[in-house]
Design a protein around this ligand. Structure first.
Ligand code: ZN
Length: 388
């Protein structure tokens, strides 16, 4: 059946480069891609002190780069981290920025690249499309297969005790992305599971998004989910398996491109309050909420889940209800096999806090509006209870 298309826009970084061991050739690669030579690397202490940057730094020095490393990025970074990063970059005369790490490091790199060349105050950048002017060249190198932050145009900063604010702007798309899955081989099984499931959620929620779902995101989400579902358990159980690590990193990247153009929904909306109140990793909170939200969304999303079942389980003649139920069961099984914690009680969330979490989830209207089924506060509470 030929369908007429709704208008859509699809944005993504200009260039992706995938190379096992590519980080050890960072100097050559950046030397080919850019003229600037004063590099600011944005990362976290754990990666820096564990030597993950050593080969890249040696390669950069050999190719004539001056490198300054900002390694004070923390999970859910506050504004002060960004401002310190910009200050260090300015003092060093940095004219190119490289984010290396998980979502937080890459998020800080995005805004640092802007603030190195701009006097616009951070408070004027929050929201959608409010960033004025350009930025330094920006390269992103993910070391986890999950957030997809290397291909998104959003930075989230922590602005209060449990509150966060986001900057969304075209300038936050990187110039270049390097996918070197060798950097992900040291990731422990628990973090591999949580980040991998987050990437799966990105693919599923992009595919069922009530707004801005589009054919390009659909293609990317389907292939992302195929790669992620068929490699999650291997990557968790055999972290040095190159093929599985590459499939996970590529899958996460494709899912990131999909949801950057067809935004995520209720799993993320319900996950954020768990992160805010209990300081749990983003991937883990999404893993905890995925099962209940998938079952809840069946009411409207069953036909789309049936399509995804065909992708991850192979085509079937069974009817939509059967195929979509198989899909939801399969996702639950994968999560169980990955070893990720399965219930809110397993990560010490108090049952008394569920009403507060449900109230806070309602504040995520930016995400809830994308859900295929409307979520009320009572629904949110029921979903938290199911996850408990
Ligand atoms: Zn996510």
């Amino acid at each position: 059946m030929i369908k007429e298309l709704n208008p859509f826009t699809f944005d993504t970084p200009g260039s992706m480069h995938l190379e096992w061991g590519g980080a050890a050739r960072m100097g050559e690669l950046l030397g080919e891609w850019f003229e600037q030579r004063n590099l600011l690397i944005v990362t976290d202490k754990f990666l820096h002190e564990n030597g993950l940057l050593d080969a890249a730094k040696a390669s950069l020095a050999a190719c004539g780069f001056t490198v300054v490393v900002f390694d004070d990025v923390v999970a859910d970074p506050p504004e002060s981290v960004l401002l310190a990063c910009v200050e260090q970059g300015k003092a060093a005369g940095a004219d190119i920025v490289l984010g290396l790490g998980g979502g937080s490091s890459m998020d800080i790199a995005k805004l640092a690249a802007i603030m190195l060349t701009s006097d616009q105050s951070l408070s004027n950048m929050y929201g959608i499309g409010n960033v004025k002017g350009g930025r330094t060249p920006l390269v992103q190198v993910p070391t986890t297969a999950g957030t997809g932050s290397e291909v998104t145009n959003i930075t989230i900063l922590t602005t209060g005790e449990t509150t966060k604010m986001g900057v969304v702007a075209q300038q936050l798309y990187a110039d270049r992305v390097l996918l070197d899955a060798e950097l992900t081989t040291g990731l422990p099984a628990a973090a591999t599971a949580a980040t991998g499931i987050d990437a799966m959620v990105h693919a599923i929620e992009a595919y069922t998004s009530a707004h801005r779902k589009n054919p390009l995101s659909d293609v990317l989400a389907r292939e992302a989910l195929r790669l992620l579902c068929s490699n999650l358990v291997t990557a968790c159980q055999d972290g040095s398996n190159r093929a599985a690590r590459e499939a996970m990193l590529l899958g996460s990247n494709l899912a990131g491109q999909a949801f950057s153009n067809s935004p995520v929904a209720a799993v993320h909306a319900l996950a954020y309050p768990l992160g805010g109140h209990y300081h749990l990793p983003h991937g883990l909170t999404n893993a905890l909420m995925l099962g209940p939200v998938l079952r809840f969304n069946m009411a409207a999303a069953a036909p789309l889940y049936a399509e995804l079942a065909d992708v991850v389980l192979g085509p079937s003649d069974a009817d939509v209800q059967v195929r979509s139920a198989r899909f939801v069961d399969h996702m639950q099984q994968l999560m169980n096999q990955s070893g990720a914690p399965q219930r809110l009680r397993d990560v010490n969330i108090s049952e008394d806090s569920l009403p507060t979490l449900a109230r806070d989830a309602m504040l995520q209207s930016r995400l809830l509006m994308n859900n295929p089924v409307e979520v009320t506060e009572a629904d949110a509470l029921a979903l938290y209870r199911e996850a408990y």
